[in-house]
Design a protein around this ligand. Structure first.
Ligand code: NIG
Ligand code: FE
Length: 412
């Protein structure tokens, strides 16, 4: 069935021959064709045309979009979907008023996830992540990045990355793997962050490189976690092993993570809840993508990312879910798009571009996904008929997806 003809498409969204990384004002330009068909051959987009003239080829599966919109599927460039256990007990503690520090003192947070992951087998981790991945595809995710960072020992980081490799091999959608050994300082290295950084550089990275387990290197650059100087050390070592940086930057404080990322030529700096003019200007003057994670800000009750200032300054902005058990236990990109419009005042067109083509760039998958372009994978969302594109984020929390297509096949 990977040869298909989708007919009666009310709106075909983000149709591009050329698909540059979108910065500043260009982010608000979303090319749409109305009343068209789309041809899929061998799982890839092969052509499109007006419904005034259409003809099915022999053996082609005809899919009637019944006036709905067809969009490129979501490109979620920042997730942590491999984890051993959910953390709703911490969620309730937070509701009752406990602070981040108090929860950490009770053994909560990232090190809690690490303790649980160390007791979980590779097989169990794969199974639960596989279920999550399937649910995300149902919600329209067409490509995904997945991080390690809940192992925090050589063996357990390798275990996580092997799970991600299996997901990559078996996943129907493209997967990118990121090594996030520098996610938190494990209990064994408490008070000795530099010692743990040495372990990452001297033992974890060479082992990961030998098995080619990662595409990117990441560091949680934050007060109480890793400094900008330590971030640079880890990333430079990663770069020597062929891993480009994607950094957790400026989530809780002005950590210097944005400047470090730009200096390192990072693919993206992610989070950006806490920004000042210097960080915004530095990012604007670079090709590093600012990846905004509004569901993490929402879940932690923090100020949302300053999307308007970033866009006015000329930054390239992407949207991602940050799906993880601690700060964003949802990977629903439909909700991320809605939140970015409602809370960060992104225009619907900006949000749709940021969650598709710019997200694809943030995984270096721009030649495969992120726009309706001949030759790209037919990983698509087919929606109910929409009165306008704004209706998508406006109807937050409602599921307007009728069908999802993966590699030309309807996802059941
Ligand atoms: O991206 N900020 C650091 N890491 C995750 C949270 C991880 C956790 O709490 O488990 C994030 O928000
Ligand atoms: Fe994250």
């Amino acid at each position: 069935m990977s040869n298909a003809l989708i007919i009666n498409i009310g709106k075909l969204v983000n149709v591009r021959n050329e698909y540059p990384l979108l910065k500043g004002e260009a982010l608000a330009v979303l090319p749409v064709l109305e009343n068209v068909w789309l041809r899929v051959t061998g799982g890839r987009i092969a052509g499109m045309g007006s419904m005034q003239q259409w003809e099915a080829a022999p053996g082609e599966n005809i899919i009637d979009a019944k006036g709905g919109a067809v969009l490129p599927g979501w490109c979620d460039s920042h997730t942590h979907i491999v984890f051993a256990a959910t953390r709703e007990d911490e969620f309730v503690d937070k509701i009752k008023g406990l602070s981040y520090a108090e929860i950490a003192a009770k053994g909560g947070g990232i090190v809690n996830s690490a303790r649980r992951l160390r007791q979980t087998t590779e097989e169990e981790l794969f199974e639960s992540a596989w279920q999550r991945l399937h649910k995300l595809i149902q919600q329209g995710t067409a490509a995904i990045e997945i991080k390690s960072g809940y192992g925090l020992t050589v063996a357990d980081e390798l275990k996580m990355l092997r799970v991600i490799r299996r997901l990559k091999q078996q996943s129907p959608i493209p997967v990118k793997a990121t090594f996030l050994g520098a996610h938190a300082v494990p209990e064994e290295y408490k008070g000795n962050t530099d010692g743990y950084v040495d372990l990452i550089i001297q033992e974890m990275l060479p082992a990961i490189a030998a098995e080619q387990l990662a595409d990117y290197i990441d560091v949680f650059c934050e007060n109480g976690f890793f400094s900008a100087a330590q971030t640079i050390r880890v990333c430079e070592a990663g770069i020597k092993h062929g891993l480009l940086p994607k950094i957790h930057a400026n989530q809780l404080s002005l950590s210097g993570g944005v400047q470090a990322g730009v200096q390192l030529g990072a693919v993206s700096v992610d989070h950006l809840e806490t920004m000042d003019d210097a960080a915004i200007q530095t990012l604007a003057g670079s090709n590093t993508i600012g990846t905004l994670l509004p569901s993490a800000a929402f879940f932690l009750r923090m100020a949302f990312q300053p999307a308007r200032q970033l866009i006015s300054a000329g930054c390239a902005v992407a949207l991602a879910s940050d799906y993880n058990p601690g700060s964003s236990p949802s990977g629903n990109m439909n909700l991320v798009v809605a939140m970015s419009c409602i809370q960060m005042k992104m225009l619907p067109e900006e949000a749709l571009n940021a969650a598709t083509i710019n997200g694809a760039y943030a995984m270096q998958l721009e030649h495969e996904v992120g726009s309706i372009t001949v030759g790209k994978l037919a990983n698509l969302i087919i929606t109910q008929p929409l009165p306008s594109l704004a209706y998508l984020p406006y109807s937050f929390g409602d599921n307007l997806i009728e069908k999802v297509m993966v590699g030309g096949n309807i996802w059941a």
